[in-house]
Structure formats: structure tokens, C-alpha cells
Design a protein around this ligand. Structure first.
Ligand code: HEM
Ligand SMILES: *[C@@H]1O[C@H](CO)[C@@H](O)[C@H](O)[C@H]1NC(C)=O
Length: 476
């Protein structure tokens, strides 16, 4: 009991300091009076129930749901040092996600902003944002990804070879897998060895600092995050130098960017060139945005498949047919990966059920109105995606895992697993490629049984199972 009191007091203290530090918040309770909802306790607001519901199996869904029952689709709250308006529904998502007329921008936490750097595409808006999106579009397009297919395929086979007859933590295994993929894509990092270890260690520290408290003093997660970021940038600098000098020539992301941008990019439209700093900020952005999400997706997939044997069986059929067509001799091919219709639906249904990013955060860039509520410039707005994914009007019997709901095309702004509009996930093809290849080898070779049934999720932005989903793997 004393410990709980102590933790609560500590939280209160921390939140007071947060408040003082984060003076960026323009909204005030007075202006928000017209919006339904409560701002909770002084200073801490509703942070405590927010944090505690966050890690329950339903995640923040229960926090939001309770308030929606009371106040309606749009309500205010005060959580984690921010006055926030929560909203849901297709109308709200259309307005927030298309961001027409520049009415919203992305709203990162202070620590995230500091770690990622100001030129990250997550912190850019309008034309500058569009330009960065264009630059990463080509290497992340279906065609651009073809050259990484062999690597991903061999790595999936190798990773799964080690699963036979073992107890594993799925989340850790998939995390290693996805990090090796992206490390190879970006800078041709070998899947094992000292460089990979350095990369991995630094990345974990950076990622852990993201939702940390904004104290930049030695010993804090934030401070360690900034340091790890600097080490990661030093690593990128040395690779960029090698590429520039022509010492090494590779077929990766960094090579293609160095050719076009950076210090001695060819003459031409200066507007279309990135500096080294912009380059690094955006490579880190891809790492951060792509890693936990893909890792979580793979982990939820294994869980949902295990809980829905009929779906798993049907998925196996799709993959066995692929194998049968070539009499089990040759490897999986590029055209086969791009033709797995049922798998694609299983992936979408997983993202609907798990809602890996449970809400999208925006900041009002001007005054506007939503569902009859007046929103003021500077307010922090959260689109609650879980309620959209669980809306029985859009997804009948929403608690059922049923990939066939994706047989018919869905209405726009109803499935937001990868978001929508100008900020829709640019990594969608890569994520689907990694997941499809991994699933192919997994379902053809193995079955797995969970060793723990706790459904709690980690209190992080990306929804992941707290227990890392321990399973016993057996060969079929
Ligand atoms: C299954 C895996 C993934 C899921 C579920 C996912 C989901 C999402 C969602 C929902 C958004 C939109 C967020 C918003 O509107 O606020 C987003 C944005 C983004 N994703 Fe993904 N993502 C995945 C994989 C990846 C990968 C592999 C990469 C990179 C290689 C990536 C890079 C990004 C970036 C850079 C953005 C920000 C785009 C912008 O602001 O313009 N994602 N992702
Ligand atoms: C899955 O979702 C993505 C993103 O919304 C969509 O483009 C794609 O068509 C969906 N696939 C299927 C099979 O429903």
C-alpha cells in the first residue's frame, strides 16, 4: 500500500514538472468548457486511469469507451500533461486524416521530437512533408522492394530453423527478425556480428526513450536515448563516407540516397536535395516507425491464428498450394509472395483486431469544427481508432476474427490499420512483404501452443503483448 502511495506521489510530482516543462500546450480548461467531458483531478487530470487502463487487455479502449458512453463521440480529457480532445467515427477520421487545408499536423511527444530531430518527416508538414514522402516512396514501393526479397526469405527460413521443438518468446524473435531486415535494407548490415549487435543495442535504447520523461540528465532514459541516437548517427556517418568515397558500393537504401543527396549530390534542383542531417533523421524515422509496428503485427498474428484454428487451416491451404504447384523443390518466388489473397486478408484482420496504433495524434493548426464541436488552434487531438475498428455497423460481430470481412471492399476511413490520407503508412508494402514471407514458412512447417494466457498489453504507444507471447513450437 505504501509503495502504491509512493508511486502515485511520484507520478504527481513528475506530472507537475512535466506541466511546467511542456509549456507548448496552448489549450486551457477555460477554452475547452464547451467540449463535453471532464479534465479530472487538478494537475494529474485523468492520467492515472489512463495509464492503468492502457495496460489492460482492452487497452485504452475501455478508457475511451466509458467516456464515449457518457459524453459522446467527441470529449475532452487531460492526460499525460496535455489537454486533449478525443474523437472517433468516420467523419472525424476523414477530417483529421486528410488534413484538408492544413488544419492539422502530427503531434509527437516532446522526447520523441528531440530524439528524431527536426527534419524527420514526422515533424514536417505541407510541401516539405510531401517532398520527403516522395523521396522514400520509390525504395519502399513494391518494385523497389524486390531486391530485398531474397534476403528476407533466407532470413525467415534461418530464423524459423531455430524454432524447432523450442520454447520461444515470439515478440523477441520477431523483433530480431524485423530489425535484421531493416538493417540490411538501409545499410546492408550483416544479420550477425559486431555491427549488428551495436545497431541493435543502440536502437533498443532509442526506442525505449521515446515515451520517456523529458529530463535530459545522466541516468535518465531520455538522456541515454539521445546518446544512443548520436552513436547511431556516427555509425551512419561512417557508412555514408565509405559510400561517397566509392570504397564500398551496395544496393541499399543508403546507397541510393547518397547518390542523389547529401554533400556532393549532382547539380540540379537544390530543393530536391537532402543534407546529411536530413538523411539521418529520416533513416532513423523509418527505423522507429517500422520496427515495433511490424514486430507487434507478427506477434498478434501468431496469437490470433492459434486461437482461430479454422483460419489457420485455411491459411495453410493457401501456402501448401503454393508449395504443391512447384512440387516442393524450389524456393518461394517473388511473384508467389505477391499473390497470396487470403494471407492479405488475414494480415488486415489482424491489424483491425489488434489496432497496433490505437490512436493517431494530431495538433490543430487552425480553428475548425468537428461533429458540431469548435476546435481551437493548438489543441491536441486524438483520433480513437479502436472504436472505429470495433464498430458493429462497419464490422458486424467485431470481436470475431474473420478475415473474410475483407472480401468486399470497405468504405474509406473504416479500416485504419495503416492509417489513411497523406500520412498513410509508407511502409505498408515492406510490412506486408516481411509478414507474408514469414507466415509462409511458419505455417508450412510448424504448429505452436501458448505457454501463458495473459492478454495484457504493454503501456507503450504500439500495442504489444506484455508477456511477449511465449509459445512451444513443434514441427508438423
Ligand atoms: C504492420 C506494420 C505497420 C503498421 C501497422 C503501421 C501503421 C502505421 C500507421 C497507422 C501510420 C499512420 C499514423 C498516423 O496517421 O498518425 C503509419 C505511419 C508511418 N509508418 Fe507505418 N506501420 C507499419 C510498418 C511500417 C514500416 C515497415 C515502416 C518503414 C519502413 C513504416 C513507416 C512509417 C512512417 C515513416 C510513417 C509516418 C508517415 C507520415 O507521417 O507521413 N511503417 N504506420
Ligand atoms: C488491406 O488494407 C489495405 C490498407 O487499407 C488495403 O489497401 C488493402 O486493399 C486491404 N487488403 C485486403 C485484401 O483487404
Amino acid at each position: 500500500m505504501e509503495l502504491i502511495m509512493f508511486i502515485v506521489m511520484l507520478l504527481v510530482l513528475v506530472l507537475v514538472v512535466l506541466l511546467v516543462l511542456l509549456r507548448t500546450n496552448k489549450a486551457s480548461p477555460k477554452e475547452m468548457e464547451v467540449i463535453p467531458g471532464t479534465l479530472g483531478w487538478p494537475i494529474i487530470g485523468e492520467s492515472l486511469s489512463f495509464i492503468s487502463e492502457f495496460s489492460s487487455p482492452a487497452g485504452i479502449y475501455s478508457f475511451i469507451n466509458k467516456r464515449q458512453q457518457l459524453y459522446g463521440k467527441v470529449f475532452k480529457s487531460y492526460v499525460l500533461g496535455r489537454y486533449t480532445v478525443f474523437m472517433t467515427g468516420r467523419e472525424a477520421s476523414k477530417i483529421l486524416l486528410t488534413g484538408k487545408d492544413g488544419i492539422v499536423s502530427l503531434n509527437l511527444f516532446y522526447t520523441g521530437q528531440q530524439v528524431l530531430g527536426p527534419t524527420s518527416l514526422l515533424q514536417q508538414t505541407g510541401e516539405a512533408h510531401k517532398r520527403l514522402r516522395r523521396l522514400i516512396a520509390e525504395p519502399l514501393s513494391v518494385d523497389g522492394l524486390k531486391k530485398y526479397f531474397q534476403f528476407i526469405n533466407s532470413l525467415a527460413i534461418e530464423t524459423l530453423d531455430q524454432w524447432s521443438g523450442r520454447k520461444i518468446l515470439v515478440l523477441e524473435e520477431t523483433s530480431t527478425f524485423t530489425l535484421k531486415v531493416i538493417g540490411n535494407m538501409i545499410m546492408s548490415l550483416e544479420p550477425t556480428g559486431e555491427e549488428q549487435e551495436k545497431f541493435r543495442t543502440n536502437f533498443k535504447i532509442i526506442s525505449g526513450s521515446f515515451a520517456s520523461l523529458p529530463f535530459k540528465v545522466p541516468g535518465t532514459a531520455f538522456y541515454r536515448g539521445i546518446q544512443a541516437r548520436d552513436r547511431m548517427y556516427a555509425m551512419l556517418d561512417s557508412i555514408i563516407d565509405q559510400r561517397r568515397s566509392g570504397e564500398t558500393i551496395k544496393q541499399d537504401f543508403l546507397q541510393s540516397l547518397v547518390k542523389k543527396h547529401g554533400k556532393d549530390a549532382p547539380e540540379g534542383d537544390d530543393d530536391d536535395k537532402l543534407t546529411d542531417k536530413q538523411l539521418k533523421d529520416n533513416i532513423l524515422t523509418l527505423l522507429v516507425a517500422g520496427h515495433d509496428t511490424t514486430t507487434a503485427a507478427l506477434t498478434w498474428l501468431l496469437k490470433f491464428l492459434q486461437e482461430n484454428p479454422a483460419v489457420l487451416e485455411r491459411l495453410r491451404e493457401e501456402h501448401r498450394e503454393i508449395q504443391a504447384r512447384k512440387q516442393g523443390t524450389s524456393d518461394l518466388t517473388w511473384s508467389e509472395v505477391n499473390n497470396m489473397p487470403y494471407t492479405a486478408k488475414v494480415i488486415n484482420e489482424t491489424l483491425r483486431m489488434a489496432t497496433i496504433l490505437p490512436w493517431f495524434s494530431r495538433k490543430a493548426a487552425q480553428d475548425f469544427e468537428i461533429e458540431g464541436c469548435k476546435i481551437k488552434k493548438g489543441w491536441s487531438l486524438n483520433l480513437d481508432v479502436v472504436s472505429i475498428h470495433r464498430d458493429p455497423k462497419i464490422f458486424p460481430n467485431p470481436e470475431k476474427f474473420d478475415p473474410c470481412r475483407f472480401d468486399d471492399p470497405l468504405k474509406p476511413f473504416s479500416f485504419l490499420g495503416f492509417g489513411s490520407g497523406p500520412r498513410m503508412c509508407p511502409g505498408i508494402n515492406l510490412a506486408k512483404l516481411e509478414i507474408s514471407v514469414f507466415l509462409h514458412h511458419l505455417v508450412c512447417r510448424y504448429k505452436w501452443t501458448p505457454l501463458d494466457t495473459d492478454d495484457s498489453v504493454q503501456p507503450t504507444l504500439v500495442r504489444m503483448l506484455k508477456n511477449k507471447y511465449p509459445v512451444m513450437v513443434e514441427t508438423l
